[in-house]
Design a protein around this ligand. Structure first.
Ligand SMILES: Nc1ncnc2c1ncn2[C@@H]1O[C@H](COP(=O)(O)OP(=O)(O)OP(=O)(O)O)[C@@H](O)[C@H]1O
Ligand SMILES: [Mg+2]
Length: 210
């Protein structure tokens, strides 16, 4: 039985990664927490914004049922010093979606197994925690995340190191496809189903998301 999904979004600056995570988060149909280190998420009527993990924790301790029932999106600004507080709190939750924008700020090839993101990647399935992460550079992404990713979403990548990552993670046959993607298009690779397709976010999505 599938208990959670890990989505890994990879692509260059400005190709629509953050926007795609907004769409994916809605599709999980779970209440959502968004780690937003660079203020990339804009206000809408599903969202509440927090300046740091402590503010978020205070809110959730007092409004847990509202968060669950209304399927809110709680957007938490965080940095290297306080991200762990957020991650540890989410790790104790059940049946939520956790979006980590720009994940390589908090978890990369040099991170130890104790890193909270690694714990979420390895054990989040027991609590049905879906994970959606974005990164600009495949070379920075931990193998521990790659190995347990259920669905990859690549936007156009052309540098030799990036192409090598595509080849090593999903196969040489996808390198050309990823090299030629249009802006706001992604190659979606579902590892378990062995299914690949090109998906796009559209102007209509932007309207729904706003
Ligand atoms: N499908 C789309 N059609 C038109 N505009 C879009 C679409 N998707 C995203 N945009 C716009 O393009 C800009 C970049 O999108 P977004 O912030 O999602 O990219 P990103 O890959 O996260 O960028 P960065 O690497 O800077 O974080 C934003 O202004 C966004 O509103
Ligand atoms: Mg972004």
């Amino acid at each position: 039985m599938i208990q959670n999904k890990i989505y890994t979004v990879i692509g260059h600056k400005g190709h629509g990664k953050t926007t795609l995570t907004e769409k994916l988060a809605i599709l999980t149909d779970k209440p959502t927490i968004i780690a937003d280190p660079r203020f990339q998420y804009k206000p809408n009527d599903r969202r509440i914004f927090f300046k740091n993990p402590n503010e978020f924790i205070y809110f959730i301790n007092n409004n847990y049922l509202t968060f669950k029932r209304a399927k809110l999106e709680l957007v938490v600004n965080c940095n290297l010093d306080n991200f762990e507080d957020l991650g540890k709190y989410v790790y104790k939750m059940k049946n939520v979606c956790f979006v980590i924008d720009e994940i390589d700020m908090f978890f990369d090839t040099r991170s130890t197994p104790k890193n909270i993101v690694n714990q979420l990647v390895q054990y989040g399935r027991h609590s049905q925690i879906d994970l959606i992460t974005t990164s600009r550079r495949p070379a920075n992404i931990s193998r521990n995340l790659t190995a347990l990713t259920d669905i990859f979403l690549f936007s156009r990548l052309r540098e030799p190191n990036d192409k090598k990552y595509i080849k090593d993670s999903i196969g040489q046959e996808y390198v050309k496809t990823v090299e030629n993607l249009d802006k706001f298009s992604f190659l979606q690779v579902d590892i378990e189903e062995e299914e690949t397709k090109i998906i796009k976010t559209t102007e209509r999505d932007l309207k729904i998301l706003s």
